[in-house]
Design a protein around this ligand. Structure first.
Ligand code: ARG
Length: 412
């Protein structure tokens, strides 16, 4: 009897070829595991394809609820955006996949876990660091990194081995989808000066073709978690799916990003993430109203740490657990409703309300009803400016050496 390997199977060319290749080269029986994280795919067809190509067993695991609960929502609570732009869709899905692959490998008594990533991307890092953390003794295999075939050679190999290749001219792009967004790479997109052609986008309408009438959506949050859309209670998966459709139909969520990969490459990435963008904006708006300035400043720094850590494949680190505890605590009063306006590619926050709001009309208003005692401002400013005044008298104005440059550094 051959040893078993669990393969993360997407149904695409590389992982299909990997089923054959792992058996041919290492005499391993392949158990194909496909994880549904909200990618719009025909999972029963994928499962059947794995079996047709030669897997001894093929399973599809619905990971959507786990994905939302343990990965997407905590990341939303953190407002995690890699390099300020990318909501981390693919990056968030990998540690969940690592966990489910490890569980399956253990249950099946497999000797190894294999994935279809090449040696140039981030996903290999995320899979392998994740698997390494959860199952330190598990062997990891990366056929597409090892076999050294070009894309044409891979297609040849597939044809020789009767592995079905889509008859339609295969997409020139490399695409990865999950509930939190869609990533598109390769083809003409590799030229950073080229505008992404229309066929790149499938989740979002082109903003210039989006409806002329704006759509308003009210998002209800409880402790930083979105729980209602327009007053209707929805489970997390449905809420995200619905918002992807609604915001996407107004062209919201397109991102064009030159990003820094873990392996040192700069790459041009196109994303569609309508729900992620709308939800992060709305969540930030609620936090802006319900949190103190100091909390907001500190949390922004934590958001950068969280985003880097997720992107860099370090989900199962103790630092992530520490930061998660802080993020969770920070959300205690992030409850309320945010109204957003979706219009021609933009999602704008146009209203917010909350029982925990720190916004005080009596303090903010310039109309009658003003409770802010303006006479206190004078003394406050005197103390506030005291260190600046003291330093300026001694150094800025008192320095007899060299020319005074009060407005800024002189150019040479
Ligand atoms: N650049 C993004 C990331 O590293 C998206 C990667 C998409 N993955 C893929 N296999 N096409 O998270």
């Amino acid at each position: 009897m051959s040893d078993k390997v669990v393969l993360a199977y997407s149904g695409g060319l590389d992982t299909s070829v990997a089923i054959k290749w792992l058996h041919e080269k290492y005499n391993l029986d392949v158990i194909a595991v496909t994880i549904d994280v909200g990618n719009e795919k025909d999972f029963s067809a994928i499962r059947q394809k794995a079996l047709d190509v030669g897997a001894v067993k093929a399973v599809v695991i619905d990971g959507k609820e786990l994905f939302v609960k343990y990965f997407i929502f905590p990341s939303l609570q953190a407002n995690a955006l890699y390099e300020g732009q990318y909501p981390l869709a693919t990056a968030l899905s990998r540690p969940l996949m690592a966990k489910l692959l490890v569980d399956t490998a253990v249950a099946e008594g497999a000797v190894a876990i294999a994935h279809g990533c090449t040696g140039k991307g981030n996903d290999q890092v995320r899979f392998e660091v994740g698997i390494g953390a959860l199952a330190p003794d598990m062997k990891i295999m990366a056929p597409a990194r090892e076999w050294g075939m070009t894309r044409e050679e891979t297609i040849d190999y597939a044809q020789k081995n009767g592995i079905p290749i889509p008859i339609t001219k295969s997409s020139p792009y490399s695409i990865d989808e999950c509930l939190w967004g869609r990533a598109i790479e390769c083809g003409v997109l590799e030229d950073p000066w080229t505008e992404p052609p229309a066929d790149v986008f499938t989740w979002t309408k082109s903003p210039d073709k989006a409806p002329d009438k704006a759509r308003y959506v009210e998002i209800g949050f409880e402790k930083g978690i979105p729980v209602t859309l327009d007053g209707k209670k929805l489970d997390g998966v449905t809420l995200i799916q619905t918002l992807n459709e609604v915001a996407g139909s107004h062209g919201v969520g397109r991102i064009d990003h030159i990003e820094n990969r873990v392996v040192g490459i700069k790459s041009r990435e196109i994303y569609e993430a309508p729900a992620a963008i709308a939800l992060i904006q709305a969540h930030q708006a609620l936090e802006a109203m319900n949190m103190s300035r100091d909390q907001l400043r500190f949390k922004q720094k934590v958001a950068v740490e969280c985003a880097d850590l997720i992107y860099n494949g370090l989900w199962f680190s103790q630092l992530n657990r520490d930061l998660s505890a802080y993020i969770l605590s920070s959300q205690r009063y992030v409850t309320g409703t945010v109204r957003i306006k979706l219009f021609k590619g933009q999602s704008m926050v146009v209203g917010r309300k909350s029982p925990w709001s720190l916004y005080n009309l009596g303090l903010a208003t310039y109309d009658s009803g003003d409770q802010f005692d303006q006479s206190h401002a004078e003394g406050f400013i005197r103390l506030w400016g005291l260190p600046v005044k003291t330093q300026a008298q001694i150094q800025l104005l008192g320095d007899k050496e060299g020319p005074l440059s009060i407005m800024g550094p002189e150019e040479d």
